[in-house]
Design a binder for this molecule. Sequence first.
Ligand code: 5AD
Length: 426
Amino acid sequence: MCYAIPGRVVGVVEGVAEIDYFGERKRALTDSAQVAVGDFVYAQAGLVVKKISEAEANAVQGYWEKALPELREKDRELSSRSVGVNNWLEGVVNRAFAGAPPSAAEVEGLLRLDSPSDLSSLYSASNELRRLKLNNSCCVHAIIEFSNNCVNDCAYCGIRRSNAGMSRYKMSVSEVVSAADYACNKLGFKSLVLQAGEGAYSVAELVETVENVKKACGTVVFISVGELASEDYAALWEVGARGVLIRFETSDPTLYAELHSGQELGDRLECIRDCRRQGYLIASGGLLGLPGQSLASIARDILLAKELGTEMFSFGPFIPHPGTPLASCAKPSLNSVLKVLAASRLVELESKILVTTALEKIAPDGRRRGFMSGANSFMISATPSDYLSKYDLYPGKSLRDEVVAEVRAVQEFLKGIGRAPTDFGV
Ligand code: 5AD
């Protein structure tokens, strides 16, 4: 689990460090870090990220030692479960609490819930489960969107190949490294997602980028560049990539083929499975509210994410983009997305569940509502602002403040709901 409050190593056995955080013990792979008993370290996504001095650890721990219990108390106050009158729902939730996740039919039933009291029972139960299983820790990753060039032509996506109205960019290796350096070494992020359109870079360029980012930052690097050959992902692993963010978008093979011209769901799934076999952490999920998508199909999406061994569930609303064939489609409602986040929590109790920025675009309080429905992860774009406005996957996405202002706003937001942003500085 990701926990980037510094901890003290109390044991190292066969590449696994046992780390003490104010009396709580967690385990993390030492990976490429050389650590010994007594060292102070940051760990992230189950990996030791870096060793720090005792003085630095003491300073940061001093803050958390006081702040953490206060935040946890606030989280506890805000996440009490409201037990409703729907016996079927209470049965599904109680079984999930007892470790028996809902079946496909039950997940579909959750997605069909409609009355305000049922929705509030579902959301509060998922939030309470999140708290009981994972406490108030929250992952906040930085994402650098390093090119909007793309060889694919996905029907929903603003950066699709045939959107001629898009102004394209491709950051150089040194631009990516300096953005990463800023995010990690100035803002304190411990985990970084490098995202670009598919085919925007050669594998040699990707390898050079990851290698240099790792050297400059030493943080956990997720790569999000679509489908690559197995040996290409192996080459990226060699230079230090440890996570892959790759959505399967939908578990329905017919819908997938309709939306992704010339591509097949089977190839995408094989790529994800192969990455997992190679040891990568998987962040995956799909789009919600696509034309032609049924609730039964979304229920299967959630179970597919689990089956793929997804560490971070990434489900977000489809938002129609004017430069695409789906321009005139409707976007989904906030509740239809919150139900998916909540059902995902019941299906996979200990997962990280992301609140996507797209969710905030469909409702001004989307972020808060997501966190109150079982979610516990978030990404902040650290893409340089002159490029950010061009990474136009869906309308409204680019309208973002400077990174620092966003980091401060997210810190305040998390504090307000009693969550500990455990992977960036205090
Ligand atoms: N609305 C919401 N999300 C989108 N993505 C692409 N286009 C859209 C859209 N119109 C998401 C896809 C992809 C990720 C990089 O961006 O799910 O995996």
